[in-house]
Design a protein around this ligand. Sequence first.
Ligand code: UD1
Ligand code: CA
Length: 436
Amino acid sequence: MKAIILAAGKGKRMQSDLQKVMHPILGKPIVQYVAEAAKEAGFADITVVVGGEGGEEIKKGLSLCGGLSFAVQQTPLGTGDAVKAGAGSIKPDDDVIVLCGDMPLVTADFLKEMMEYKKSNPCEAVVAAVFRGEEMGDFGRVFDRGGEFVEIVEARDITDDHPATNWGNTGIYLFQGSSLLSSLEKIKNTNSQNEYYLTDVPKILREEGKTVRVFHTRADMSVFTGINTQSHLAEAVSHMRERINERHMANGVRMLDPRSAFIEPTVKIARGVTIYPNVMLEGDCEIANGATIGMCCHIVDTKIGSGTTIGPFAHLRQGTVIGENCRVGNFVEVKNATLADDVKAAHLAYIGDADVGKNVNYSCGAITANYDGKNKHRTVIGENAFIGSNANLIAPVEIGENAFIAAGSTITSDIPPYALGIARERQCIKENWTKK
Ligand code: UD1
Ligand code: CA
């Protein structure tokens, strides 16, 4: 079983410097979703066809995905020409699926359904058509007679002579390797765009008397959203977000407003977590049972222990690990720091490059001064320490366990356990001063 993913088109309609298929949807490039769906459906041999221009960018962007091979279509002369560029490794008795790299919402389940269909309806090619009702948009029109393929006509090539149809070309095809190989040679570019259309392949096979079938699906149209414009991209983000959030809710995550929670596919959330509106969770996050993410939090590459409450308005950045039953409140930023269990940083604080012990109270306005203009340094705070309001901890510095830092202190040297660290001007009072 072989899959060919077409990703060499210029993507002019995106009006972007980035390759079309490299635009991220919740942190992951469009084309990676397609490759992962193919893998999940059991396609072990996957070739991504990239362009001469920008191809390297795609190869690099997919390097973490693994198990993919690449072919180059020097000039984008059409989808048929692109498949030709990727056809090098097709064997005659392969089942070959062709997918568009700009279709991130396609599911492994749908690809499996297509395979099943071909198995129970033996033929040389299957074209997948989706019911679009009146919303045909720029989808190619699929014509058939009782499931026997007739032709696909591109939206721009449709004339008054064509009957009406509600079936759009998904751009997904399943071919018998030998038939695909022989017909690719026969495509011509006599159409309004002077492109070699892959849609001509099933037509050629039919004209040769081979069996070509249309697999009609009434699956949700969104599954086949092809991204040609920034507006399509936003639409796809919204569908993907919905899909991800539905999965979390099915697992017992409580979301007050799933429409405003942007959660990347890499994020792990346990059952019994509550998520308030306007939250963004990115990258390698793990949130344990019973944690609460308050309104308007931005959390990246962070682990959060059970029973901990975050936000509202907290910013947790890469490399942060927060223990159980902690409280990280409004306008607190944490970066590359570990907070042991029961730490409280309830408001307006910065904790960067630090190790904070169990049950530390980190008061309002306290900060770690972790950057000296050249290098970053660490702050270590022992358990049960009390960091008073507006303290500046100038790193590298170590605060002993059970130590107490007086409010407003700027701490530049280590404080032993159980000590009071105070570093501020003594208050003086001038009686009746304003009367003068
Ligand atoms: C294509 C189909 C259309 C279908 C639609 C579904 C053709 C002629 N038309 O139209 O019937 O309804 O998909 O979304 O196939 N590509 C290349 N090299 C090229 C041209 C394109 O690799 O020379 C790639 C693109 O990167 C893209 C995919 O093929 O990922 C589809 O190309 P695109 O130009 O988006 O085709 P559509 O106009 O959407
Ligand atoms: Ca497209």
